[in-house]
Design a protein around this ligand. Structure first.
Ligand code: GTP
Ligand code: MG
Length: 362
């Protein structure tokens, strides 16, 4: 800072409460500025709407916070952003660990930004809810996309429950859309309940597979295939191309056995290589066709409305459940009641009734 300016400034300081010399006034100013930013919803909202990535990240951190005092502000920001969201396509990418989801998203994301799109990549990672880690490692798999000015990558939120993590991701989608991202990609690992959660927050659900030894249909959960709008066989490169094409035919045949989708969309199958980039533009063409159809027959907006309703009920269920289990008296009684039920001293129904009565009385 200009010493002269500093001198003048100090003239206005009230004697006795000036900053100790040991504090660097520049960093003190920065901290003050940052604190101020943290508390102002307006600044967060304005920053998001102008596409300021640093502000967007700060707002997402606020959403992810478990501090109850942040909840009201988070809700204020989300509500303001809602008006500006929804002008996007949300794509879910799932598949077993190692199938190449992150590598695919890197290639696909680069293709999209080259087409002039703004891409946000989020994740719902059930393992991070347990380990409290996040799939930060993915950022290293998305080396190119991380550097892309038109892409934003946010690792999975950690949390107590999948429901909680999913809710945060859904709210993060809204903020990203308000910040001008028109394509939202959500990666989730193909195990457990996370697919259902992701399926209910995206417009298009993409299942990644790799070719096996002709037994690809085995071990694949019916529910996941039923959710898929497209099955893409990844790693169709080198010696794998022939096997990938065979797998594609097998999946295509299997897909026809499922009932037609509400949207009238017929799920497609394709092959691609996330390493060579072969087949990647075609995946986007498929999604464009999907958007054309679902916008024409209105199923796009209908599905989003249904999803909103689903998340309303999900959130209520989630919060009621956690309020019940975190109730101090219930916490105390639950263990002894469980023991009594196990020993057949009381029926599960009668025991549940007793606990619920206790809960509702308080
Ligand atoms: N040959 C080939 N290898 C690929 C392709 N896509 C991904 N891989 C490799 O497969 C491995 C796993 O890829 P990831 O992108 O990390 O897979 P993932 O599905 O995101 O894995 P998780 O996040 O652990 O669930 C990496 O070594 C990639 O280099 C591809 O199209 N062709
Ligand atoms: Mg990954």
């Amino acid at each position: 800072m200009n010493p002269k300016k500093q001198h003048t400034k100090s003239l206005h300081e009230i004697a006795g409460i000036s900053l100790p010399e040991i504090i660097n006034s520049k960093s003190a100013n920065q901290v003050q500025k940052w604190r101020k930013k943290q508390t102002s919803s307006k600044e967060l909202i304005d920053g998001i709407l102008t596409g300021d990535i640093a502000v967007l990240s700060r707002a997402i951190t606020l959403i992810e916070s478990t501090n109850v005092s942040h909840l009201a502000q988070a809700n204020e920001v989300i509500t303001a952003c809602l008006l500006h969201a929804n002008k996007s396509v949300r794509i879910g990418v799932t598949g077993v660990p190692g199938v190449g989801k992150s590598t695919f998203i890197e290639a696909f994301g680069k293709h999209l930004t080259a087409c002039g799109k703004k891409v946000a990549v989020l994740a719902v990672d059930p393992s991070s809810t347990i380990s409290h880690g996040s799939i930060l490692g993915d950022k290293t798999r998305m080396e190119e996309l991380v550097k892309d000015a038109n892409a934003y990558i946010r690792p999975s939120a950690s949390g107590e429950t999948l429901g909680g993590v999913a809710r945060k991701t859904r709210e993060t989608i809204i903020l990203c859309e308000a910040a001008g991202f028109d394509t939202i990609i959500i990666e989730t690992v193909g195990v457990g309940q996370s697919e259902t959660a992701v399926h209910s927050m995206v417009d298009f659900f993409l299942l990644l597979k790799i070719a096996g030894a002709g037994d690809e249909l085995q071990g694949i959960k019916r529910g996941i295939m039923e959710m898929a709008d497209a099955i893409v066989i990844n790693k169709a490169d080198g010696d794998n191309i022939k096997k990938a094409n065979l797998a594609k035919v097998a999946f295509n045949r299997a897909l026809h056995l499922f009932p037609a989708k509400k949207s009238d969309w017929t799920p497609t199958t394709a092959t691609c290589s996330s390493i060579t980039g072969e087949g990647i533009p075609e995946v986007w063409q498929t999604i464009e066709k999907f958007l054309e159809l679902t916008n024409e027959n209105n199923s796009f907006v209908e599905k989003r409305a249904e999803q909103n309703n689903y998340w309303l009920l999900e959130t209520i269920n989630d919060q009621l459940r956690s309020h019940f289990y975190n109730h101090p008296e219930i916490e105390n009684l639950l263990a002894s009641t469980q023991k009594a039920v196990q020993k057949n001293e009381i029926s599960p129904f009668a025991a549940a009734q007793k606990l619920l009565k206790k809960y509702f009385k308080d």
